[in-house]
Design a binder for this molecule. Sequence first.
Ligand code: ZN
Length: 462
Amino acid sequence: MVSEESFDEWYNEIVEKAGLCDKRYPIKGMNVWLPYGWNLMQNIDAIIREEMNKTGHDEVCFPLLIPESFFKREEEHIKGFSQEVFWVTHAGKNELEEKMLLRPTSETAMYPMFSLWIRSHADLPLKIFQIVNTFRYETKMTKAFIRVREIHFFEAHTAHESYEDAEKQVREDIEIAKRFFKKLALPVIFSRRPDWDKFAGAEYSIGIDVLMPSLRSLQVGSVHQYRQNFSKAFDIKYEGLDGKHYYCHQTTYGMSERVLGAIIGIHGDEKGVVIPSSIAPIKVVIIPIIFKGHEEEVMQECKKVEKELNAMGINSMVDERDKTPGNKFYDWELKGIPLRIEIGPRDIQKNVVIMVARDGVRKEIEREELKKIEEELKEFDARLYKKAEEFLMKNMHRTEKLERKEGVIELPWCGKEECGNEMEERLDMKSLGIPLEKEEVNATCPICGSKAITWLRLAKSY
Ligand code: ZN
């Protein structure tokens, strides 16, 4: 892991050096996805698509533009986003009769359609998702994959008969998120956001955060319970079994390329990025160790190993470039390929290959037991997770005193907004919210001294 002090500088450099994005595009906060970065993002999307399919969500694709009248229907929502919206006002030289906006998120595009689609209880639950670009005019300093103005966005939207059904959906989303982030070797923290920081229009929001090596938290996902706030604004009603009409209960679940930002930040080291095998486009790179007189033999063996690994479903590639092995190691370490295999004349004679994982674990593997590589990849991902989890645990502090610590701190809290705000101010940290699981707290609020009802998590955040 990269050290706290050098992290931000390292991060800003590595995203370009490793071929993930090009920041020279002349619009701030809008970078060009390079092939490697885009490939990784597509593989992350593939995991979320698989999860969505498993849980009965259908993929849709809504228009990018939203008419102003749609956007204005939910008051809290407009307040929350009004400063960040990009407007389209002209078509050629002509001013549009009605202004349109680039979606900052898609509630106000989707829900007028929901009101047409949903007629009876038989249409429920409605569970859809899309992976599209959204646009938000960020005023803070932009950062590749972390704070951008054109966002690669995943959003799931659901509608249900009852509040309890919507609550079940929230619980399902949390389970999806747990599986998803585990696959990416990212330990995450779920917190119910305080009311003053919930999503615009939500009844409550659950934030999913990671802790970056800079000891600042990064929100990588969120789940929102809307209750009937949007269905009332957009007239989304269904006919119940009793023939009466009811407003739907709704939820959403959102994530973005920040997930990739978290992978780069948390797993990376001084040599470059480190990619879990679950999303690595190339899982194994094979490096021929050429000695004079053995060129043909070594190259043939490398090709054979490549073919066998690919046949096992392990994407592999021989690096045939005219460079020294050392230079090749450097390049692939920079890109974070999980495993490399080295094959030289002596290995062929011994009937082995040398495997070196990106985290330094080195093993000799019998040639006949090449299928062990599959297990090695899993172990590699497990080691990444464990290391990241240890880092998170080490930097989460439960304390009763109001004192600043690096990382995430949990303080006893009475639940009053003014006390929460004062903690934020005095610690110069932002509250992430409270743990999802209820627990007894035998401590007092450090601000007002009354009995605490929960723990409030605070951190410096991106
Ligand atoms: Zn208090």
